[in-house]
Each structure stands twice: as structure tokens, then as C-alpha cells.
Design a protein around this ligand. Structure first.
Ligand SMILES: Nc1ncnc2c1ncn2[C@@H]1O[C@H](COP(=O)(O)OP(=O)(O)OP(=O)(O)O)[C@@H](O)[C@H]1O
Ligand SMILES: [Mg+2]
Length: 391
């Protein structure tokens, strides 16, 4: 009797396992005329140990390769011989699929889980096309846990969900340039918004600034929950007036250590005298209280006017620090993380475009350290999803 897969329609047989099979993969001979293409899903019935007892299960597998093979049409023959074989009507080719097992569904402690087979399949075992319902069960989760991200390319009728519990630690979205990584992350963020999640998105290219808008640039159900923190030097191609949820992102200049200032100005670590000139000038300013970039430049200018070797270093430091004028993100106030960037149920996009790597690094480590501190001290009691877009 063939397995029914738990539904009314009988399964469609597409081949039989041949030669060598392992719990991870096998090959099967299929029909030349109607065979499952690469990436198609198939199932094989097996008996597996589940919770201490033997159970008949349907193992979901995916076709990872398709090959056609012949002994008659040998690579040792020349073209004339091949032509004669063809004219004689010889057709001994068969079609093979290489399949990988993906696992089977089983109940464990009242929860549906995916287990990997531990037994193999005897050659001769029939292979069936996987029914939609089974594939669907594999890629779905309960609505309060599942993030809907689209449909399978090889089965448009099957929706795909990711489990939000799987995001407890890390998730990486990896693909070649232009494959759709950022788009996918945008979809995941929309789903997280639907579930009321709190998120901070490090956005070095202003890719996510339109998260509060739909395709037609209209606001949507969750628009109020998205806030774009725009640094004043943003090179993102959007007009902040187009969006009604833009807040300025700045860091008070006097919070930067002399080392951080030197890093941001891209002064090499080995230029100790120039770094020292910055340190001395900062120490002087700190005695007086708050200060900004212009105060530091003025102090360095004053020192350079005093001449001597120290004056020369101060002058070189001055010339290097002039480039910081471009980064208006370092201003007179700091955008608070607690309660502003980090708020329950808010998705905060940090637009860091237009800044150099060192100032992006500084801002990212400041925000993330602050998020980590607020979480680990229990001051912020909800999980926080941090999205780091690779720059
Ligand atoms: N599932 C999808 N449906 C429709 N369009 C998509 C989909 N995924 C991506 N795109 C479109 O394809 C293009 C490239 O996508 P995206 O920018 O997400 O790629 P990426 O992998 O992040 O690229 P990069 O490596 O350059 O950052 C975009 O125009 C995007 O709108
Ligand atoms: Mg991208």
C-alpha cells in the first residue's frame, strides 16, 4: 500500500531509489518524460525512532541535481558511430535525480518539530512528489511566531515563514550583490512591526528610510512605529520633509575622547605627536567646561601660533581636524538612546549615510553599548532586534 501523506489525494510516484542511500541523501531513477526538476520537493516513506518508538513517517527531500546518463552513447564513440546508433533508434538513457533529505515533522512535548532521519532508505524505495500541504507545514509556524517572508520559488503555492524564536541569537542574510538581501530584511522588519517588536537598524546607505511607507509611498498600519534618525550629513536620496517621522541624530562633540577624534579624522595611530597635540588641547578645553569642534580648532590654532615643535604639531592636527566640519553629526547635543532611540515597539532606523567609516563605527558602538547596557541592567525590559546592514 502506498503512503497517503494524511490527505485524500494519493501521492504521485516519480521514481525509485537506486544504488547507495544515506540518511542525508540518495539518488533515484525517474521518468525521462516527466521528472521533478531541480529544487522540487519529494517525499519518501520511512520508519524512524520518534520519542522512543518506531513510527512511519514521510521524509521531505529536495531535488538538488538532475542528470541523464547513457552507456550506448559513449564518449569513446566518434560522431558517425553516434549517428548510426541514433538512426537505429537506440535510446538507453535514463534520468537520475540527486535528493537531499530535509527532515520529517514529528510531535515532541506537544510541539511540532522537524527531525532529521537517522535510518536510511533501501534501494527500490518509491519516491513521491511532495504534496503542497506537507511542504506548507514544513515552512510554517503559528501566527504569533511566524514571520511571513514570501513563497517558495519552486512552489509558488507554498508560503514561507521564519520563526521569530530562531532570532534569539543571530540571523545572517547572505547572498550575492543585488540578490535581494536588504529587501528581505525590510520584509522581516515589517513582520516584526506587526508583532510589536522593538528594533534598531544600523543603516549605512539609507536603505530603510522608507520603511514607514508602502510601495505607493503611502503610510501604512504601522507607520507611526517607525522613526528615522537622520544624521545631518546624510547622503540618502530622500527629503526629510517627505517623511513625518524624522529625528536628527547627533552626538555631543565634547563626548568624544581625544583618541576617538583622531580616529574619526583618520589620523594614523603612529602619528603620536599629532595625536598628543589633540589630547593636550582637549584636556585644556575640558578644564573650561563644554566645547565644540570650533573651540578645539581655535585652541589648536592658538597653540600653533605659539610656534616651536609643539606649534607645528598643533598646526598639523588643526589641518586634519578641519575635515570634521563635514560631519555635522558631532554637534552640541546627543540624541538619547534611552527613551528616544530605544522605545518599546519602535523601529528606529539610524541613517549613517554620508559619514566616514570611523564616525559610523563610533556611533554604532555608542548606540549598541547603550542598548546592551539598558537591556542587561533590566532598564529596558523587552527584547531588542538589532539589524546591522553590512557597509
Ligand atoms: N522579493 C523581491 N521582490 C521584488 N523585488 C525585489 C525582491 N527582492 C529584491 N528586489 C529588488 O531587487 C533589487 C535589489 O535588491 P536589494 O537591494 O535588496 O539587494 P541586495 O542583496 O541588498 O543588494 P546589495 O548587495 O547591493 O546591497 C531592488 O531593486 C529590490 O527592490
Ligand atoms: Mg543591500
Amino acid at each position: 500500500m502506498q503512503p497517503s501523506g494524511g490527505q485524500a489525494a494519493p501521492l504521485k510516484r516519480v521514481g525509485r531509489i537506486v544504488e547507495v542511500a544515506t540518511p542525508e541523501s540518495f539518488i533515484f531513477v525517474t521518468s525521462k518524460l516527466d521528472y521533478p526538476p531541480k529544487y522540487e520537493y519529494v517525499v519518501v516513506s520511512s520508519v524512524e525512532p520518534v520519542g522512543g518508538e518506531e513510527r512511519e513517517v514521510l521524509v521531505l527531500c529536495q531535488v538538488r541535481g538532475v542528470l541523464s546518463r547513457s552507456s550506448a552513447y559513449s564518449s569513446k564513440l566518434d560522431l558517425d558511430a553516434l549517428e548510426r546508433l541514433h538512426q537505429a533508434g537506440i535510446d538507453d538513457a535514463n534520468l537520475l535525480c540527486v535528493a537531499r533529505t530535509l527532515g520529517f515533522l514529528a510531535e515532541e512535548d506537544g510541539r511540532e518539530v522537524v527531525l532529521m532521519p537517522r535510518r536510511t532508505f533501501p534501494p527500490g524505495t518509491p519516491v513521491y512528489l511532495a504534496p503542497d500541504e506537507l511542504v506548507r507545514d514544513f515552512f510554517s509556524y503559528p501566527p504569533d511566531e511566524g514571520l511571513y517572508i514570501g513563497t517558495l520559488v519552486s512552489r509558488r503555492s507554498v508560503p514561507v515563514y521564519l520563526s521569530v524564536s530562531g532570532f534569539r541569537r543571530h540571523v545572517a542574510v547572505i547572498a550575492q550583490t543585488g540578490a535581494g538581501k536588504s529587501y528581505t530584511v525590510g520584509v522581516i522588519l515589517e513582520e516584526l512591526m506587526r508583532l510589536g517588536a522593538t528594533a534598531v537598524v544600523i543603516d549605512p546607505h539609507a536603505d530603510y528610510v522608507f520603511l514607514s511607507r508602502d510601495r505607493e509611498m503611502r503610510r501604512h498600519q504601522h507607520s507611526d512605529r517607525v522613526v528615522v534618525f537622520r544624521n545631518p550629513s546624510s547622503s540618502g536620496r530622500y527629503d526629510p520633509r517627505q517623511l513625518d517621522n524624522v529625528v536628527e541624530l547627533t552626538v555631543r562633540f565634547s563626548e568624544l575622547s581625544p583618541e576617538a577624534i583622531a580616529e574619526i579624522a583618520e589620523i594614523p595611530e603612529g602619528w603620536v605627536n599629532i595625536r598628543k597635540a589633540i589630547r593636550t588641547a582637549v584636556e585644556k578645553l575640558r578644564e573650561r567646561g563644554d566645547y565644540g569642534l570650533e573651540d578645539l580648532l581655535e585652541e589648536l590654532k592658538r597653540r600653533s601660533n605659539q610656534g616651536g615643535r609643539e606649534g607645528q604639531y598643533a598646526e598639523r592636527a588643526y589641518n586634519h581636524l578641519l575635515k570634521l566640519r563635514r560631519f555635522k553629526v558631532f554637534g552640541s547635543t546627543t540624541t538619547p538612546v534611552d527613551g528616544v532611540i530605544l522605545r518599546p515597539g519602535q523601529v528606529s532606523i539610524l541613517d549613517l549615510s554620508g559619514l566616514n567609516d570611523a564616525s559610523q563605527d563610533y556611533i554604532v558602538s555608542w548606540v549598541l553599548e547603550e542598548v546592551f547596557r539598558l537591556r542587561s541592567t533590566g532598564q529596558f525590559e523587552w527584547p531588542v532586534f538589532v539589524v546591522v546592514e553590512e557597509a
